[in-house]
Design a protein around this ligand. Structure first.
Ligand code: C5P
Length: 215
């Protein structure tokens, strides 16, 4: 029987990662954070002393991406910084970078690991490009100020100098780059359910997401 696929897309800090993880736990499906792949490509380029806007460096890093790195603690920590997020949105605009990691994402959806009966992928283009035939599609969003505040609360515990204004600027810069790029821009698929989490608690957002997936 074909495995179930749930696509969860949306902008930075919309809550899509938390919701996708919780949905995966609820249904006992495999979960793939596709943003981490773009972050890993960007971090590899930076760690090699190269610039994320150096196309050939980014494409090489994408073609040689080693998924095992994602679980190495130091690497995993460095993936989550705002600098890596911004650099990820630069490498992600390069069509050959996207092409290099497309098959692995599709493979995850079609053949989820550990014999799971389904997969949940979160990102920007899952419902539109990676898994256009997904069984269910959600597009999670929230007002930019709300998203920036959530991200800032998370990050300020590691860097007390970080200001809300700078996080908001980063979130807006990333949204603009992700929405305006030519290849696989962030977009709500026509058949995706829209969920705005701005005024919802995590529990309320999860209940709403579950109702959309079950409906
Ligand atoms: O989801 P996350 O914020 O970790 O993603 C980091 C960056 O990776 C995004 O800003 C976007 O540029 C890129 N990305 C993408 N397509 C995806 C997932 C992430 O372009 N499916």
């Amino acid at each position: 029987m074909a495995k179930k696929i749930i696509a969860v897309d949306g902008p930075a800090a919309s809550g899509k990662g938390t919701l996708a993880r919780r949905l995966a736990a609820h249904f006992d499906y495999a979960y793939l954070d596709t943003g981490a792949l773009y972050r890993a490509v960007a971090l590899t380029v930076i760690n090699n002393g190269q610039d994320p806007s150096d196309t050939s460096a980014a494409v090489t890093a994408a073609r040689e991406l080693d998924m095992a790195q994602l679980t190495v603690p130091d690497f995993a920590r460095a993936l989550r910084t705002t600098q890596t997020g911004l650099a990820a949105s630069i490498v992600a605009a390069e069509p050959d970078v996207r092409a290099a990691i497309l098959a692995a994402q599709r493979q995850f959806g079609q053949t989820p690991p550990d014999g799971k009966q389904g997969a949940i992928l979160d990102g920007r283009d899952i419902g539109t490009v990676v898994c256009p035939n997904a069984d269910k599609k959600l597009f999670i969003t929230a007002r930019a100020h709300v998203r920036a505040e959530r991200r800032w609360k998370e990050l300020v515990t590691q860097d007390a100098r970080l200001t809300l204004a700078s996080v908001l600027a980063d979130v807006e810069a990333r949204d603009a780059r992700d929405t305006n790029r030519a290849t696989a821009p962030m977009k709500q698929a026509e058949d995706a359910h829209l969920l705005d989490t701005s005024d919802l608690s995590i529990e309320e957002a999860f209940a709403a997401a579950l109702a959309l997936v079950d409906g």
